[in-house]
Design a protein around this ligand. Structure first.
Ligand code: ATR
Length: 280
């Protein structure tokens, strides 16, 4: 591709970012769709986030993604926040519009899109969500919009699960979520939103020891490794699984749609997915 002064520049800020797959997925998508855009990952030290955001704005970037540990700092630098991002209390995508920083959170919608792309739906289903952090808030709010029968939240710190259930119920206007200590037997979906199982500590499995039934769908948001210890365990029990790569792809596509203020073609999913599969 040819980079010219007209090329839109976007990227990722985080620390560290060396292993991020986002540049590979995004740049492959842009080239395949003929979008005059380029994506780069920037390793920004925690005390430089404000300066980096000001720099991206001054340089005319179209927008940027934000990853750990900068989500909170960036949230406090925004000029405008999308309603869903405000409910979730975190942003992962910033659009720079007329010199203003506009914050969005595409994690939840990315997760739902990955479920649909795999042929799954949580509508009218009993959902268990493991974890109650930032990712869980985004996914919990988006799952609640799909009208599940219930959302059971299990977390190491019970009070956080309780608080998230309250947030979801408050947003929904009825009691759809509750905190729990064990996975109920009649669960349809189990969604891991914690980092357990993530490289380099790949042995972590938040459902170890549970007897699973083969009708269950087990989803992980961890994508490195792609087949986590939890997903292997679920497959051994005959469950269908959904890995974390889908959410990375889904939130990436949603970010591009926000930056360009347009809907991308249906091929976008396959294009990013192919880039992810081909990447060594
Ligand atoms: P993120 O933004 O990625 O969701 P976070 O807000 O720090 O990150 O939340 C991490 C989640 O993973 C939390 O639910 C955390 O549990 P606590 O609320 O008890 O801290 C959970 N988590 C992290 N490490 C864990 C571990 N070793 N075992 C169980 N849960 C863990």
């Amino acid at each position: 591709m040819q980079i010219t002064p007209a090329t839109k520049v976007v990227g990722l800020i985080g620390h560290p970012v060396a292993h991020s797959l986002s540049p590979v997925l995004h740049n492959h998508l842009y080239q395949s769709l003929g979008l005059d855009m380029v994506y780069h990952a920037f390793d920004v030290l925690p005390d430089q986030v404000e300066a980096a955001a000001a720099g991206l704005k001054a340089l005319g970037f179209t927008g940027f993604n934000v990853t750990v540990p900068h989500k909170e700092v960036v949230y406090n630098l925004l000029d405008w926040i999308d309603e869903e991002a405000e409910i979730v209390g975190a942003v992962n995508t910033v659009k720079i519009e007329n010199g203003r920083l506009e914050g969005y959170n595409t994690d939840g919608q990315g997760f739902i899109q990955s479920l649909h792309a795999s042929g799954f739906s949580v509508s009218n289903k009993k959902v268990v969500m493991l974890g109650a952090g930032g990712a869980a808030r985004a996914i919990g709010i988006s799952v609640s919009k799909e009208e599940p029968e219930e959302i059971c939240i299990i977390n190491r710190t019970f009070s956080r699960a309780d608080r998230l259930a309250y947030l979801i119920n408050n947003h929904k206007g009825r009691r759809i979520a509750r905190a729990a200590s064990v996975i109920p037997a009649n669960t349809d979906f189990i969604i891991n939103t914690t980092c357990l199982g993530m490289w380099p500590d790949t042995v972590g499995n938040p459902i170890q020891g549970y007897s699973l039934s083969s009708h269950m769908v087990v989803c992980d948001i961890v994508y490195n490794p792609r087949q986590t210890a939890m997903l292997k365990y679920a497959e051994k029990h005959g469950c269908r699984v959904c890995d974390g790569m889908g959410m990375l792809i889904g939130q990436g596509i949603k970010a591009v749609e926000i930056w360009l203020d347009t809907s991308l073609s249906k091929d976008s999913w396959q294009l990013m997915s192919k880039a992810a599969y081909n990447h060594k």
